[in-house]
Design a protein around this ligand. Structure first.
Ligand code: NAD
Length: 510
């Protein structure tokens, strides 16, 4: 029987928990364990402030006539001005060094770039979060997201998904997630550093290498992790013992080989297994990818190396299509090594044609890889998809209605909690290497990852097909429920059985 929820309103969290309830009902999850898992252990909301740099903001056209005679200024120190994607520039005081300046009423002309108003840098406040969902199996573990569309409810969803994912990957962690409501592209690197330091300062008493371990997520990366490590360990004599406070670090400061690509690599291993099951060749298969960030880029590169063709890519600012296959190496160069591509977008890539946002989902292909944000595949999108498989690189990319439509159309699904578990699995390897002061080779990391992802993928398949087996690699006999299940429910059954065992065998701390 379902435990009555304290949430009456339907929220993204209660919606995301529907699969939890379905799996809990199926296995008769212990009632107290269910109550423990139904809501997070802790939900932290707090605020961080930072003082921003001055900015140059494009002057509205209506005011241009007034400054027709304003001479152009010369700023010769390239470090003095940093362009932002929204047309503004960060203006640092060292811009003055060697400059010829002409300013009138706070307006300045920069040659062909046009007229700008100097905006005074002001202090700003940002809303920040850390949700710690469950730690029955080990320290809370989960990424830090910097994005403008975040909320407590969203972080509850993402933190709970980490609890399920760490159990499925069978790593000794629980689930957490957090971040800041911010569009990082509107800020300079030094501003983001200041904001991150303040964020970590406020979180310091909540986390620790054996308590709660953040990692990169949307809008953050290894550089942000380095700032977080520095802030956490600042002033400590034994800071080397604290390297495990964050994962996803640069390999030169305790990061693991293979971590940057791990989520994409794990996704590719799952897709490879699916092709093997279907006895279809991955070579020559067509795939479309939404999101060309950490996950989407790495998955594309690895799947192309396995012989697949990426025929369309969509990100926040563009959608591109090439039926012959996009040159992923050239696209990576175009997005990440091109200083003029301020939006870091695939839009405008010369090796493909631009198509509309909505045409993307209807592109002919065998595999769809959503690797961007949540709820991308709603009912409408699910009815357009032509693929045979949706493999979820992103967290929660398919809405419950989307799920139903995919199932009714016979489209297979590899759910996020196994498909993108590669990242947290290698995060665990990084954490172990930090504890042991070791550094493993990429080959060793990938061999362990391949075994972990493929064996847990197999257990989920066995639960879905009601096929109890013991092989030299895995044992699915304790997890099957006596009937066939959708893949998403099967994955949740595996997670819940592994978590429940901790409560039932260890008991509850009082
Ligand atoms: P990222 O910030 O590196 O890249 C995100 C990509 O999504 C970018 O290309 C961006 O342009 C695109 N995007 C954003 N909004 C979009 C929109 N409205 N439409 C189309 N594209 C859009 O982030 P990431 O680390 O690659 O994470 C992507 C997803 O994978 C997220 O859901 C994240 O939670 C999940 N995930 C990441 C990891 C990891 O290790 N990085 C691990 C597990 C799950």
């Amino acid at each position: 029987m379902r435990v009555p929820s304290t949430e009456k309103r339907k929220t993204v969290y209660t919606e995301a928990m529907e699969v939890f309830h379905a799996a809990a009902d199926l296995i008769g999850l212990d009632r107290r364990v269910r109550l423990e898992l139904e809501e997070p252990d802790y939900e932290h909301i707090f605020y961080v402030t930072a003082t921003l740099n001055d900015r140059l903001a494009p002057l509205p056209k209506s005011e241009h006539a007034r400054y027709e005679k304003l001479a152009s200024s010369q700023i010769r120190n390239p470090a003095g001005l940093t362009p932002l994607y929204d047309g503004k520039f960060i203006l640092r005081h060292d811009a003055l060094r060697g400059a010829d300046l002409h300013v009138e009423n706070g307006v300045i002309r920069l040659g062909e770039k046009g007229l700008f108003r100097i905006e005074e840098g002001q202090a700003k406040r940002f809303k920040a979060y850390r949700v710690q969902h469950n730690q029955a199996r080990g320290p809370y573990k989960g990424g830090i997201r910097y994005h403008k569309d975040v909320s407590l409810d969203l972080f509850k969803v993402l933190a709970s998904e980490m609890t399920w994912k760490t159990a499925i990957a069978n790593v000794p962690f629980g689930g957490g997630k957090g971040g800041i409501k911010i569009d990082p592209r509107q800020y300079s690197s030094d501003e983001l550093e200041a904001i991150t330091l303040r964020y970590m300062y406020k979180m310091k008493q909540l986390i620790g290498p054996d308590v709660d371990i953040p990692a990169p997520d949307v809008g953050t990366n290894g550089e942000v992790m380095a700032w977080m490590f520095r802030q956490f360990s600042d002033g400590e004599r034994e800071r080397h013992t604290m390297r495990g406070i964050v994962t996803g670090k640069d390999t030169r400061i305790g990061g693991s080989e293979g971590r940057v690509k791990a989520t994409g690599q794990g996704l590719a291993y799952c897709v490879e297994e699916w092709f093997k099951d279907k006895q279809l060749p991955i070579k020559g298969s067509r795939m479309i990818v939404q999101g060309f960030g950490n996950v989407g880029q790495a998955a594309s590169e690895i799947l192309v190396a396995m012989g697949a063709r990426i025929v369309a890519v969509q990100d926040a600012d563009g959608t591109i299509y090439n039926p012959d296959g996009i040159d992923v190496a050239a696209l990576t160069e175009y997005v990440y090594a091109n200083k003029d591509n301020l939006k870091k977008s695939v839009g405008g890539f010369p090796g493909a044609q631009e198509i509309s946002k909505s045409d993307f989902w209807a592109v002919d292909c065998e595999v769809v890889l959503p690797c961007a944000l949540g709820n991308a595949i709603d009912a409408d999108v699910a009815s357009k998809i032509k693929a045979k498989l949706v493999a979820e690189g992103a967290n929660h990319p398919t809405s419950p209605e989307g799920d139903e439509i995919l199932a009714s159309r016979g489209i297979d699904l590899i759910p996020d909690i196994i498909a993108n578990a590669g990242g947290v699995t290698v995060s665990y390897y990084e954490w172990i290497q930090n504890k042991r002061m070791e550094h493993w080779t990429e080959a060793e990391v990938n061999a362990r990852l391949e075994f972990a992802i493929k064996s847990n993928y197999r257990i989920i398949q066995d639960i879905a097909l009601n096929r109890p087996r013991k092989t030299p690699e895995f044992d699915s006999r304790g997890f099957v429920v006596g009937k066939q299940l959708p893949a998403r429910t099967a994955a949740m059954v595996l997670a819940l059985k592994r978590i429940e065992a901790h409560y039932l065998i260890e008991g509850f701390s009082q």
